[in-house]
Design a binder for this molecule. Structure first.
Ligand code: CAO
Length: 539
């Protein structure tokens, strides 16, 4: 059979309203032989990742885009030297002559994606069809990972199977999940739930349970797949398929690829970790454990209820969020509340404030609180401690490095006043001011934030009456301080106005019992009520 050689231009299909979409992966190289529909590049919008498939088989002549660049609808992605006959798909392979025929063919070919955009390009690859055609879940999952709008459908298992191909013209709807109406999403979800999804090639895997392959692996006790999360995971089609085959929930896999994209190796590494014998007992893993098996918060397409704006978390928030979460899920927190009478302390502070100010020191209540905490930590060594990684021993620290939470434009950071037991009230206040300044300017060094034994989170300058701070693990306690207020306190048969400082001590109940915590806050309150001991010169 005489196959005419022609150059086919593959262009970015209609992606709805998206412009300047990031090219996060180029999947083929010049000279590579490709089948029709072979994914050429992966694009990522705010809503979804999608592979753009080739519209022809043949040899990749040239790639016109680069990883890290951006493209818009209609941009040229690749030129493919195709040997397909116009009527039927021919063998991909060597073809010599692009020539004139290539030129004319390419015009037709490049028009194709736009003309049939929904069907052959964006529709197949955009996440929206996860919602729009739940019964064909296999199709959508094959090439996309929608990041919004698919909540209800995905819940129903729609679009979850990754093994199938989109039937031609399966999804001529908008490529944008967000563009889909709530009604569409809902009905799509219902459709998937009520059975059409059962026709998907791997309906068994789309229901959320581990795949047969995973089941055969015996020891691999993987949690069910979180379908909404899986559909949003940053991974290409073949990785999705691979994960499906192994029953791996991609939401649990950390991506090591470009922009955190999940690779085959990441999935393999995840499986290996899951298979590794857990030598350490549960208690040993608890201090640093990952909290696996947690129920998942369902994804919601908020755009269906009103206008929304998606704003990335700051770098600090991205770092501190998982740490706070790890502490929250691994440590049994209890919070002990108390009040300290700081009437005299405030009088002392006001008396010393001016002198301190002349020395360039801002004497805030926090400096006194740090001094008082050092005394309390010396009195209660188990609060100045951490569990060792085995979880079987308490490491008592003989040094007193006190951290304090600082609110900065970029998020929460915790600078540390090192050797606070050797610093008097002025030195403490000076260092507090300097570290706060550095924190706000984003200039803290790693050393400034290392080695803390105990943390103070003071919201006193802002307001509030009490709160339940999260322990800065692997520390075992954190003191929350709220705004002091004048209160009537009943003393010697009469009410007297006293300035009361609210204290909230969250503690790790594995290490500190309630009685110790109450003794600690009582001691702290008494220490704060006696400012003379706090301002005395240190030896
Ligand atoms: N009650 C009443 N007033 C208080 C107070 C308290 N408990 N604590 C501080 N104040 C006053 C200070 O005296 C100061 O008033 P003046 O300027 O009139 O003297 C004012 O509030 C502001 O103090 P500050 O914030 O400049 O200084 P600070 O030493 O108290 O706090 C810092 C420094 C870095 C801890 C603080 O700026 C900050 O970032 N706080 C937020 C911490 C946070 O976000 N915690 C939550 C973490 S999530 O668990």
């Amino acid at each position: 059979m005489n196959a005419a050689v022609r150059l086919v231009e593959v262009r970015v299909p209609d992606m709805g309203n998206f412009k300047d979409v990031a090219v996060i992966d180029v999947l083929v190289k010049p000279g590579e032989i490709i089948e029709p529909e072979a994914p050429l590049v992966t694009l990522e919008t705010e809503k979804a990742t999608m592979d753009v498939p080739s519209t022809a088989s043949g040899v990749v002549e040239k790639i016109h885009v680069a990883k890290g660049g951006t493209v818009s609808t209609g941009d040229l992605i690749a030129t493919v030297r195709s040997t397909e006959s116009a009527a039927a798909g021919a063998q991909p392979g060597a073809g010599a002559d692009g020539g004139m025929s290539g030129a004319s063919a390419s015009a037709g070919a490049s028009a194709a994606p736009a003309a049939g955009a929904g069907a052959s390009g964006a529709g197949r690859s955009a996440g929206s069809n996860a919602s729009a055609t739940p019964g064909r879940g296999s199709a959508s999952g094959a090439t996309s990972s929608a990041q919004s709008g698919a909540g209800s459908a995905a819940d129903a298992g729609a679009g979850s199977a990754a093994t199938g191909r989109a039937p031609s013209g399966a999804t001529a709807k908008s490529a944008s999940p967000a563009a889909q109406s709530p009604a569409q999403s809902k009905s799509a979800g219902t459709a998937g739930a009520t059975g059409t999804g059962a026709t998907a090639p791997s309906a068994a895997t789309s229901g959320g349970s581990a795949s047969p392959a995973a089941a055969l692996m015996g020891r691999l006790d993987l949690p069910p797949i979180n379908e909404p999360g899986f559909s949003r995971a940053h991974a290409g089609p073949s990785v999705r398929k691979f994960a499906r085959e192994l029953g791996v929930d991609l939401t649990r896999v950390k991506g090591s690829g470009f922009k955190g994209r999940i690779t085959h190796d990441d999935v393999k590494a995840f499986v290996k970790t899951s298979l590794a014998p857990s030598a350490a007992p549960t208690t040993a893993r608890a201090p640093t454990g990952g909290g696996g098996g947690l129920p998942v918060i369902p994804a919601v397409d908020f755009a269906q209820f009103g206008p929304v704006e998606t704003k990335p978390l700051s770098r600090i928030q991205k770092i501190s969020g998982p740490r706070l979460h790890a502490s929250w899920v691994n440590i049994p927190h209890v919070t002990q509340f108390d009040e300290a009478d700081i009437t005299d302390l405030e009088a002392t502070r006001n008396r010393l404030k001016e002198t301190a100010s002349k020395a360039g020191i801002k004497l805030t209540p926090l400096a006194f609180i740090i001094r008082a905490c050092v005394k309390a930590l010396q009195e209660f060594p188990q609060v100045n401690a951490s569990l060792d990684p085995s979880g079987a021993n308490l490491v008592l620290k003989k040094y007193f490095h006190v951290g304090f939470a600082a609110d900065t434009p970029n998020g929460l950071v915790v600078p540390v006043v090192h050797d606070a037991d050797h610093k008097d009230i002025y030195k403490t206040a000076r260092e507090l001011g300097e570290l706060s300044e550095k924190a706000r300017a984003g200039k803290l060094s790693p050393n400034d934030m290392q080695g803390g034994c105990f943390t103070i989170s003071s919201l006193g300058g802002i307001g509030g009456t009490a709160f339940t701070p999260i322990i800065n693990a692997p520390e075992v306690a954190i003191l929350g301080v709220s705004r002091s207020t004048m209160k009537p306190v009943y003393r010697d048969g009469t009410f007297v106005p006293r300035l009361m400082l609210p204290l909230s001590l969250s503690y790790d109940h594995r290490v500190i019992d309630g009685a110790t915590a109450a003794r600690f806050t009582t001691f702290l309150a008494q220490t704060l009520a006696n400012p003379a001991a706090l301002v005395e010169a240190l030896p």
